[in-house]
Design a protein around this ligand. Structure first.
Ligand code: ATP
Length: 216
């Protein structure tokens, strides 16, 4: 069973900690603020009030026995970077850290962070994509040039199957799943015909996806 540490229980950290617990993992949650610790005390495996920039505290908590740590201290860059450095020096194998901007992210990679995330920026990009492309329901950037998008089928597609519509070959994209009435079908076959209300989950390069969006 994997053991996780979440440090900094603001909105983001608390939400990460709760989700890991829901998925059945053990979570040690740390914050220097008593109220934040109390809010999660009954949810996570252990909730501890401690300053994560104190090396002795981290040693006493046995952080080196954990597989993965998420550092979600936000506004205090000093505490965020110092905590990351200490976790790596104490031997936590994978440390994921929330960064405020690219420069902060660079600094984190220099002190050994294994993965740097920019939750606010990424959510902003995602929401903006949903807003600009009126037919895109959801958007997930896979790499700078590739994404997954959700597109509702249009009236002209209803009743036709994939072989007839040739979406994959015509636009050079991959239809990975179809959402229908809340169910997700991931074995997409050529003879499945679309119904009104179906949502296509499509993977491809951003250029090809744009072409598809503009054409259907
Ligand atoms: P969010 O957007 O996720 O709500 P935020 O980006 O505004 O959070 P902060 O509120 O600055 O981030 O920090 C998140 C949490 O980290 C706070 O609950 C804060 O008490 C905690 N924290 C800050 N410094 C330390 C530290 N040295 N040790 C432990 N916890 C800390």
């Amino acid at each position: 069973m994997k053991q996780y540490i979440v440090i900094g229980l603001g909105n983001f950290g608390a939400s990460v900690a709760k989700t890991l617990v829901d998925k059945g993992y053990n979570v040690l949650a740390i914050d220097k603020n008593k109220e934040k610790v109390q809010e999660l005390a009954n949810t996570v495996t252990h909730a501890v009030e401690a300053d994560a920039t104190d090396e002795e505290v981290l040693k006493t908590l046995g952080v080196r026995n954990f597989d993965l740590a998420v550092v979600s201290i936000g506004n205090n860059i000093h505490a965020n970077v110092l905590t990351t450095l200490l976790l790596k020096e104490l031997g936590v194998s994978y440390v994921i850290v929330k960064a405020q901007d690219n420069l902060h992210g660079n600094l984190l990679s220099k002190v050994g962070a294994d993965r740097i995330i920019y939750p606010e920026r990424d959510m902003g990009v995602r929401i903006a994509h949903n807003l600009i492309s009126s037919n895109v329901m959801d958007y997930l950037e896979f790499s700078p040039n590739y994404s997954i998008i959700e597109l509702p089928v249009t009236a002209s597609m209803v009743g036709k199957n994939l072989a007839e519509l040739k979406i994959g070959s015509q636009y050079n994209v991959n239809l990975v799943a179809i959402k229908r009435k809340g169910e997700i079908n991931i074995s997409v076959r050529n003879d499945i015909s679309f119904s009104s209300g179906d949502i296509m989950v499509v993977f491809g390069s951003n250029n090809d996806l744009k072409e598809l969006q503009n054409s259907i």
